[in-house]
Design a protein around this ligand. Structure first.
Ligand code: SAM
Length: 275
């Protein structure tokens, strides 16, 4: 990292500030300069953009984002032990890094968004990552305040995010992501790239918002996907019984004998709109 920005190597930063990784906070740090740059580059050009980062930790990804030209980074970190290390990064990039100490799940990101382009980039803590993604996909106001999401997840979660019908990983998350975004898996990251190494492979997912998703009420879409995938091996006429069963399916022009995993996002929206 020293070559990138003249700041000390992350290993030194971690040692100097006593940032031993805590499992409860999902702390698996990225120390490799090439890798943090590769993650940041997946978001496309950062020139003039404000980047929201969740969980900057000792600041490896933050430093890559700043070195690649983001106008400003607003980073939300729950672990107060990381703040002095992040203050050193802020001093190195005057006026370009704002660190908010707090829980990202309780942060109103839309309210923090400036007028210009906003990109969200994060190596997410595994225990809150999916909920954060869902929160960013659910707002009533669409298109949302963000231009793209570039997020590191456990690979299995990444597979669920990009899954489409007839895929084993297809479920509620895939329908929600496919409804409102274009999602792709960018690249995998092996456990050895992290300190400490997690048990599983990770993957970087890139999402951009669809400008005109199919019109559909979020709560109704949630209802049908919850019921359908709650009993994914059953025929829809059975799993959707509490919501109208066969009559609902006929109204939506969907064969009642089909199973949840065979329905496209468009068909789920049709069902939601017939509720
Ligand atoms: N960005 C750093 C990197 O790539 O090396 C650290 C990533 S680590 C996987 C996740 C980070 O999220 C940790 O720094 C942890 O303290 C922080 N974190 C955990 N839960 C959080 C929450 N609810 N809100 C904000 N930050 C959180």
């Amino acid at each position: 990292m020293a070559a990138l920005d003249g700041l000390p190597p992350l290993r030194d930063v971690i040692q100097r500030h006593g940032l031993d990784a805590r499992k409860a906070l999902g702390q698996n740090f990225l120390l490799d300069l090439n890798l943090t740059q590769k993650v940041a580059r997946t978001a496309g050009s950062l020139e003039g953009a404000t980047v929201f980062e969740v969980g900057p930790g000792p600041g490896g990804l933050t430093r890559a984002i700043l070195a690649l030209g983001a106008a400003k980074v607003i980073a939300v970190e729950r672990d107060a032990r990381c703040l002095p290390a992040l203050a050193e990064v802020a001093d190195h990039y005057p006026g370009r890094l704002e660190v908010i100490e707090g829980d990202a799940l309780k942060t109103d990101f839309a309210a923090l968004a400036p007028d210009g382009p906003v990109k969200i980039i994060a190596n997410l803590p595994y225990n809150v990552g999916t909920q954060l993604l869902v929160n960013w996909l659910l707002p009533a106001q669409w298109p949302p305040f963000w231009q793209s999401l570039t997020l590191m997840f456990q690979k299995e979660v990444g597979q669920r995010i990009v899954a489409q019908e007839d895929d084993d990983h297809y479920g509620r998350l895939g329908v929600l992501c496919g409804w409102r975004s274009e999602a792709r898996m960018a690249f995998d990251v092996s456990p050895q790239a992290f300190t400490p190494p997690p048990k599983v492979t990770s993957t970087v997912v890139h999402l951009t918002p669809k400008e005109n998703p199919i019109r559909c009420a979020v709560d109704k879409l949630e209802k049908v996907t919850q019921a359908a995938f709650g009993q994914r091996r059953k025929m829809l006429r059975q799993s959707l019984k509490p919501l109208g069963g066969e009559a609902l399916l006929i109204k939506a022009e969907i064969d009642p004998q089909r199973r949840a995993e065979t329905l496209s996002v468009e068909e789920f929206c049709r069902l939601a709109n017939c509720l």
